[in-house]
Design a protein around this ligand. Structure first.
Ligand code: URA
Length: 178
């Protein structure tokens, strides 16, 4: 796996970061969950999904019988965007070599929310049209199953998103047992 060095300045997100946030969980997992970008808690601790979004993700995983240590959890970009704005296409593409190296050994990738789906398959339409529909994609010449779904934060105000996120985790669980 290629990781950014401590002084990485491939994009402007380096200016305000506290910590670079590297993947957690099983780094050789069959399934990788890709979030959008670190938030305040993640920037502070250097670990993905440890704040409010992380609590929601953990409970969706638990509802499907999954633990964090069953999968790898990472983000499109490894540094926090100021004021938690969405990462830009330029920032995601500057960080893409790191993400691609994290995805080398997995068979399934779950895109959590619009930014991850945009980065991984270039889709900018409505997420509800493709949410929880498995598709095949190729990353660095290797075929992977891709599962687009909702970001944990979108579950805060929308019950349907939470139902879909739990369903996505059930699809992951079934895939892991294949
Ligand atoms: N939101 C994300 O997309 N990723 C994190 O690591 C935390 C919040």
């Amino acid at each position: 796996m290629i990781v950014p060095d401590n002084n990485c300045s491939k994009c402007n997100l380096c200016r305000e970061r506290t910590n670079i946030v590297l993947p957690c969980g099983d780094l050789k997992a069959k399934v990788v969950l890709v979030g959008e970008a670190p938030g305040e808690s993640e920037d502070f601790r250097g670990i993905p999904f440890v704040g409010k979004s992380g609590q929601i993700l953990d409970s969706a995983m638990a509802a499907a019988g999954l633990k964090r240590s069953d999968v790898m959890i990472t983000n499109t970009v490894k540094c926090r965007p100021p004021k938690n704005r969405d990462p830009t296409e330029e920032e995601m593409s500057a960080c893409r070599q790191f993400l691609n190296s994290e995805l080398e050994y997995c068979s399934m990738i779950v895109g959590l929310g619009r930014s991850a789906v945009m980065d991984l398959i270039g889709y900018e339409g409505n997420l509800w049209k493709i949410a929880n529909k498995k598709m095949n994609i190729v990353i660095d010449g290797r075929e992977k199953v891709f599962l687009p779904t909702y970001h944990p934060m979108s579950c805060v105000y929308r019950k349907e998103s939470e139902v879909k996120l739990i369903e996505a985790m059930m699809i992951v669980k079934a895939f892991m047992e294949q």
